[in-house]
Structure formats: C-alpha cells, structure tokens
Design a protein around this ligand. Structure first.
Ligand code: ADP
Ligand code: MG
Length: 721
C-alpha cells in the first residue's frame, strides 16, 4: 500500500454508493483518506460488560448483533424486531416494538452501541426499545479502554466521528484507516514540515499525528495532532501567499511621478478633512508608488470609513503622471465595481473630485458607456458608444475608467494602465484580481478595497499575498448609530422613528429577506416578509401619506437605476428593498433602517446594511426585527448592538465558531481545523514569518518537494475571497 494508490485498489468490495460517497468527499487516494480527519470525537457513556449489567440499570453496551429477526405480534399484529447483543462475557436480548424500520438498520454481525434500561429478570434479561447505533468500537476496545481518556475511574470513550456521506459511515473509516495503519503506509509518507519547525513548535511528526488524529488514546493526542495539521495548513497557505508576493516583487511597474505637494492641494479641494487613517493610507500607497515593483494592497475599512476618497487621492498621482518618454497622455486608472449602481455612483463621485482638473473619466457597464467631460458641455458627462470608449481608452485619452465586469473584458485595451482599484473586492474572485493585475501584460499597482471586516488572522492568511491597511476611524462628526433589537409586536417603535425622521426631511430603508409574496406551500417561507407585499402593506396600513418604492435584484437595471436616482433625490421617502442595497450604495440623507427577518442575514451582512445609514452627520438608527428569537439569534444580535466596528464583530464571529456564515470552509476554502487555528494569533504570525523566510531562501521550494506538492494541492481549494 502506498499513499498515492487509489482507495479502490485496496478496498475492492466497495459498493456503488460507497464509491460515490468517497468521491463526494474528495477521497480518491490513500493519501486523501488519511487526510480526511474526524470532525469530532464522541464520548461513549459509562460502559461495562453484558454479564455485568444489572436489572433496572441504564447502560451503554458495546457488542455484536446476532440473529436479528422481525415478526408481527400475535394479537395486535404490531411489528416486533428482535436481536441478540453479544460480547465476550455473554449476551442479552434486545427488542423493539412498532419500529418496523429498525429491521433494516440492524444487521447480523454489526458492531453496535446500545443504550437503554435492562428489564426482565436475572435469568431472562432484555432491553426494550434501546437506542442503537453502529460504532467503530469493538467490545474488546471498549473493555480494554483503548480509547479511554485520562485515567479517572469513570471510563470515558473517545471515538472519531467523520463527516459522512450517504453510504459511508464512521465505522467504515475506522476500519479503512486501521488497515492503512497496519500496512504502515503513514510511516512512508515524507513529512512536509521541516524538522526544525516541528521541534520548535513541539508538533508531532506526520506519522504520529495521523494515528493520533484518527485513533487518539487520549484527548491530548488528538489535540496535538489537530494543532499540527492546523499549522501545516496555515503554513502551506502562507507559503503560497509568500510565493505570490515574491513573484510580484520581481515584476516592474510603471513609474508614477509622486508629487506630494500637488496631492496635498488636491486633497484640500475635498469638501471634508481627511481622517488620520485616510491620510495614513494615502501616504502608504504613495510610498508604494515610489517603489519599482507593483503594489498589492488590501484596504479594509468599515462601511462609511471613506475608502473612495483614498482611491481618488491616490488616483490623482497616477493621472497627473506622464508615461516615460511621452509628453502626451497620462498614466491610466481602472476602477472596478461589483454593480452598475455602484459604478455609476463612483463615476459621479470621481467627476466631483476631478471636475476642476484636466482629467477625462470614462464609465463602462454592460449597458452603456459615458465620458466626462462632454465635448459640448464641459461640466457634464455624455453618453458615448462602446467603440468610442474603447478607442479613447486605447489611445490614452481617457485617464480614469470606472466600470463593472465590462472593464476586464479583453476587448478593452489600455494604453498605459498603471493603477487598478477594485471596490468591494470580496464580490469578485481572486481570478478577477489577477486578470486586472495582468491586463495587457503590464503590472499595474493594485488596490483592493473591502468593507467586509474579517479577523486579522484570517486576512493575514487568505490575503497573505497583499499588504494590509485598515481604516479604523470614522469621519468626524459621525454619531454612533443607535441599534435596537425589536421583538414581534414592537415594530411600532421603529415606525414611529421612521415617521419622525421623514418629517425632518430624512429617508428610510426597510429591508426584507424576500422579493416576492412567499409560496404558501412552503411553510417556512411563509414567515419571511417579501419586499413587494411589505411595501404594499406599509403603504396601506402604516405610512399612507408617504412615498414608498421598492428595489430588488430582479428588477431591470434601468428600473433599478431610476429608483436609486429618485431615492437619491429624496423623491422616495421609504425604500423597501432586499439586501441589494448592501453593497456600497451611498445616500447620506437616509438615517433609519429597519431590517425584517434579521436572523436570515449574516452578521457581516447586517453590519453592512446598517452601514447604509451611517453616511451623514445626522443621528442614525437601525432597527433589527428577527422573526424568531432563539438563543443564538439573541447572542448574535447582541453582538451587533455592542460591537464598535466591523472588525470587533468579525473577531466575535470567529470566537463563536459554528456560526459559519462569515467564515468556514465553504466561503474561504479553508478547513475547519485551520479555522480553529485562526483563533490562535501566535500560530498564524509564526506560520507567516516562517513561510516568508523559507520563500526568500527557496522561492520555488526546490529543496522542499513535499511542501511544494502540498502547496500546489492547496492552491486549487483556496478561494481567497
Ligand atoms: P466607504 O468606505 O464605505 O466606501 P465612502 O468612501 O463611500 O465610504 O464614504 C462615505 C461618505 O463619507 C461619503 O459621503 C464621503 O463623501 C464621506 N467622507 C469620506 N471621508 C470623509 C471625511 N474624512 N470626513 C467627512 N466625510 C467623509
Ligand atoms: Mg465604498
């Protein structure tokens, strides 16, 4: 047996459903099998031998099932299933009444864990209707305490539970892995982690860790094994990131002429004073421009922290630089946005920032192209054809192009793209980031911006190839938002506030989880309020005198745009919407938001929704209205109320692991074990430092083949964003 052998080769009697299950779990080779870790360990209850069980006692017995039969009761015709449970000490009868399905579950020779009360007499004991489940623990194991935790009198049993798929059970894994270990296959695998690091961090070597994670004798065993694999995974990701970072540093960037004096003047023309963190971010980016390799930077800042201004101030440096050797034309900037609404908004914002400068700005979306300034009217934008825009971008006449995905199409060629900005970058894949970074074979400086606050350790890991800058300050004069969690029946409080705000000239959002009237056939869906129905109800029953309109993802882009325009111009008092407004929409006059069905949104999403009303110096209000009020919902919403910023909230979410909406395998492509490890700051920092040191010495990991392989495999599973 060898780690690269196919599982099928050594487990020939696999049923079709088992094969499918393995495939679903991504288990193809023996190596995959060894790396399919238990998701948890179950503790067996107090146990004993069958012979030792006394009448009336509640017991958990491990044994082998013999002679299962089913029959109908003589009089009542009730189905009865019977079997014998046997261990080395003896056997006992078990009976199930009226549980016809049990006959299918219980098979001859199956090892089972049976929990129930001993009934009958000393000579004829039996257990009626016990709980039964298959178990990897043989009676011998149970009695020899193979899995015993600690040495206390109370015997506890630890057995591994795997994330299972239909057809393949934890028991199957137990036997399969036992076979692997007996063949010593784990001992022949090269340990990818350098020995000096194992020593340094007191981690078990690979062969030991594999046994300990699958068949721990003690809790300590499984913990150190998990720690080792956590380190291994984080270290591997860090290696990948360090490699990408190294590669970036080998590339050349276009020379941006840094003129801090003019930049200062430009910033002085803003209608506000920068926050300290905005200024710091601008300085750091400006410093990056002076280096001769491309910048790769992530700008993280809560909703409303003013990322756009940072983008504009740094774009200014670029569009006032001339390409070397040319006097005509400037270096170019691309500004990629996730939605049309946002692209248009940023286009307008950039026009207002640059209107007094000889800079032309283009807009490209799937729908239309625009250019500022217009040839006819110097102070407004005009619609142009796609072909025209392409031409002017290609010859460098347009300096800044704001756009959606249309911006990264191959047909759009820049003359001298020197700076690419990605807004709300979590909405794009890493692929897009790289596409933009490599567009036209050049290596522009890259600024990725995100309002999704993630814990620092996670950022350092999945965005390890980027430098990190955090905007942790809000513009001055912002009053902290007042967040209230309301119970059903307390909506009145929020309606009253909405009424007050609107009579003061402000506007409101009402967020619903659904678009349409729910399908009455789906019991669960019934509860979730829909945008359409709720807008109608509010108009009829609550806010008869107000202008209410709706916004959701299924509307046509033109309709959406028109609605947003009207909301921006205060022609709509209350906008009832789905979470489409989550992404960066900016209407400073909106001061109150009511979120219906709040438990349906993730904490991060709620935080971003709340950010929609954090846009002005007016006091803002957020009302959160869950449909049901479980303990978990209560805890999460309490965190939402108390957290000072999104970063705090994200750290909280990480600490209550299991919430699984912000973090987890699905979203980031990081395993549960690694997620656990992200709570350990020291581990992450160390793994990062060690990875960078190793890549400096051996960038292609030529002397570390096992690590190189591991890193390559990792690359395919990691989502990055
Ligand atoms: P985000 O970081 O969410 O993208 P924006 O860049 O859209 O935030 O900025 C939010 C609002 O705050 C905008 O209306 C912007 O003009 C304003 N703003 C940005 N920086 C400042 C500042 N330093 N002082 C006051 N207002 C600011
Ligand atoms: Mg923004």
């Amino acid at each position: 047996m060898h780690e690269h052998d196919l599982v099928e080769t050594h487990f020939k009697r696999l049923r079709t459903d088992q094969k499918q299950a393995l495939e679903k779990l991504g288990i193809v080779t023996i190596h995959d099998l060894l790396y399919h870790f238990p998701s948890r360990y179950e503790e067996g209850g107090q146990t004993g031998t069958i012979a030792g069980a006394t009448i009336g006692a509640e017991v958990t017995l491990y044994g082998t099932i013999r002679k299962p039969t089913t029959r109908k009761a003589w009089k009542s015709r009730r189905p009865i299933a019977e079997a014998t449970l046997e261990d080395a000490s003896g056997d006992i009868k078990i009976i199930w009444f009226s549980q016809p399905y049990i006959g299918k579950k219980v098979t001859n020779g199956m090892m089972a864990k049976v929990t129930g009360r001993i009934a009958g007499t000393a000579t004829k004991p039996y257990i009626a209707n016990p709980h039964i489940e298959p178990t990897p623990i043989t009676p011998e194991n149970a009695h020899q305490n193979l899995f015993t935790v600690g040495s206390s009198d109370k015997e506890k049993i630890l057995y591994p539970v795997y994330s299972e798929s239909r057809g393949i059970s934890s028991l199957w894994f137990y036997h399969a892995l036992k076979k692997c270990f007996e063949a010593h296959v784990h001992e022949a695998i090269t340990d990818p982690i350098p020995a000096n690091l194992l020593l340094r961090y007191h981690l078990p070597k690979l062969s030991t860790a594999l046994v300990w994670i699958h068949m721990p004798h003690t809790q300590g065993n499984s913990e150190s094994a998990r720690k080792r694999f956590a380190f291994e995974e984080i270290f591997t990701i860090q290696l990948l990131m360090a490699q990408q970072r190294y590669d970036t540093q080998q590339k050349k960037s276009l020379q941006v002429q840094v003129d801090r004096k003019h930049q200062k003047e430009f910033i002085a023309s803003f209608p506000f004073v920068l926050t300290k963190s905005q200024q710091k971010a601008i300085d750091v980016i400006t410093d990056d421009f002076e280096k001769n390799h491309p910048m790769m930077r992530l700008l993280e800042g809560d909703v409303g922290s003013g990322k756009t201004a940072v983008a504009a101030a740094t774009a200014y440096m670029v569009v006032t630089s001339h390409p070397s050797g040319h006097n005509a034309g400037t270096l170019q900037v691309a500004y990629l946005c996730p939605t049309e609404i946002l692209a248009k908004q940023h286009f307008e914002t950039f026009i207002s920032f640059f209107k007094d400068h000889p800079v032309s700005i283009g807009l490209i979306t799937g729908k239309e192209c625009r250019k500022f300034p217009s040839k006819l009217a110097r102070d407004s934008a005009t619609r142009i054809s796609r072909a025209q825009l392409r031409k002017w971008v290609a010859n460098g006449e347009i300096s800044i192009v704001v756009g959606t995905h249309a911006l990264i199409q191959k047909s759009l060629v820049f003359k001298t793209l020197a700076y690419a900005i990605i807004d709300e970058q979590h909405r794009f894949g890493k692929v897009h980031r790289q596409e933009l970074a490599q567009k036209d074979g050049l290596s522009p400086h890259l600024l990725s911006m995100t309002a999704t606050p993630i814990p620092r350790t996670l950022a350092l890991t999945i965005y390890g190839d980027l430098d990190l800058t955090v905007l942790d300050q809000m513009p001055q004069g912002r009053k902290p938002i007042i967040t209230k969690v309301l119970k059903r029946g307390e909506q009145g409080v929020s309606y009253e506030r909405i009424r007050k705000e609107i009579s003061a000239g402000h506007q409101a959002y009402v967020i619903c989880p659904r678009i349409d009237e729910p399908d009455p056939n789906k019991a669960l869906a019934l509860q979730a309020k829909s945008v359409k129905a709720e807008a109608e109800r509010l108009g009829k029953e609550v806010f008869q005198d107000m202008i209410i309109d709706i916004l959701h993802g299924k509307m046509k882009p033109l309709e959406k745009e028109e609605t947003m325009r009207r909301f921006e111009h205060n022609e709509i008092n209350i906008l009832v919407a789905t979470s489409v407004i989550e992404v960066g929409v900016n209407v400073p006059n909106a001061t109150v938001i009511l979120i219906e069905g709040a438990e349906r949104f993730g904490l991060a999403q709620l935080h971003q929704l709340r950010g929609r009303v954090l846009r002005s110096s007016n006091q803002a209000y957020c009302f959160v209205l869950p449909e049901t009020y479980g303990a978990q919902t209560r805890d999460r919403l309490r965190a939402l109320m108390q957290a000072k910023n999104g970063f705090e909230l994200s750290e909280y979410d990480l600490s209550i692991r299991g919430s699984g909406e912000l973090y987890g395998t699905r979203q980031w492509g990081v395993s549960d074990i690694a997620m656990e490890a992200l709570r350990n700051h020291k581990l992450v920092e160390e793994a990062r430092a060690q990875a960078q040191a190793l890549i400096q010495k051996d960038p292609r990991l030529i002397a570390h083949r096992a690590l190189a392989t591991l890193a390559r495999t990792r690359k395919n599973t990691l989502h990055g964003e």
